[in-house]
Unconditional design. Structure first.
Length: 282
């Protein structure tokens, strides 16, 4: 699958710049179009957040409207400043062939984001902030409601997405979907693709079969030896750091979403602790 249309979600937070930087990194390499999406919360949807007495509705609507307007203004300002800093013009093709366009929708973000993400090749969004729930909800919406790949990116120094990407392979359908979605990025990588294989009961996770599959796509891939880290998540993150991998590719919630949210799991650990971008699919 080619990546020709990218959805970059921004919310008015400082992480917007990282999302835009990584969107440019992908779009410039693959000559893709990028819709920069901001979902403005509608005051009328406040009733979906909590139950409150009708007489409190007007006051709550005003607070919600003020918050939504401020977030929308910040998001647009971040985009405009970023365009100028990168000498780009909205709606016009850059020398690399990529185009960035602004898109603002009003309503319940879960509904809007799901619908938009279903008609894109890749959704890029920031690593969720632990202090709020909006980012985590948006990430889960994009993963579970669109069935399209999601590239989660952190703030901080920008990693090179195309340097020594590492695949977490456990033989699951989700991991297979992530690999298929990541092929355009893997094909543009500068070095061999690393495969971090995990043996799991009741799954055929033959890493050599995956190496053969990648070979048929013209990719040079090699198995990554397991570290002495006690858990799968720790070992994967350690290998990614040790090899300075610019990208982790993995299936999301391969053991079930509810179970991992309650008891933890590799997906949850990687989302919380990864310091490089992570491409996930479910």
């Amino acid at each position: 699958m080619a990546i020709k249309h990218i959805l970059a979600r921004i919310d008015g937070s400082p992480a917007d710049i990282a999302v835009l930087d990584y969107a440019l990194m992908v779009a410039a390499k693959l000559s893709a179009h990028v819709d920069v999406l901001h979902c403005r919360f509608a005051p009328a949807d406040a009733t979906r957040l909590t139950s409150f007495k009708p007489k409190a509705g007007a006051g709550l609507d005003a607070l919600v409207a003020e918050y939504a307007n401020e977030a929308a203004l910040r998001a647009r300002d971040h985009f405009d400043r970023w365009l100028r800093a990168n000498e780009l013009i909205e709606g016009e093709a850059a020398p690399a062939g990529c185009v960035f366009c602004w898109r603002e929708l009003v309503g319940w973000e879960s509904d809007l984001l799901a619908a938009a993400a279903r008609l894109t090749d890749l959704t890029i969004m920031a690593k969720p902030d632990r202090a709020t729930v909006a980012g985590a909800l948006a990430l889960e919406t994009a993963l579970f409601e669109s069935h399209r790949p999601v590239l989660m990116v952190p703030e901080g120094p920008r990693a090179d997405l195309f340097y020594r990407p590492i695949i977490a392979w456990n033989g699951s359908l989700e991991a297979s979907q992530a690999i298929k979605s990541a092929l355009p990025l893997l094909a543009a990588s500068q070095d061999a693709v690393e495969v971090f294989a995990v043996d799991e009961p009741r799954r055929d996770a033959d890493p050599h079969a995956l190496l053969g599959y990648l070979h048929w796509h013209g990719l040079v891939a090699a198995l990554t030896p397991r570290s002495d880290a006690p858990g799968i998540g720790d070992a994967l993150l350690w290998q990614a750091r040790a090899r300075r991998s610019g990208l982790i590719v993995m299936g999301a919630y391969t053991h079930g979403h509810v179970r991992q949210m309650l008891f933890g799991g590799v997906t949850r650990q990687v989302i919380e602790q990864a310091t490089q971008p992570v491409l996930m699919a479910h």
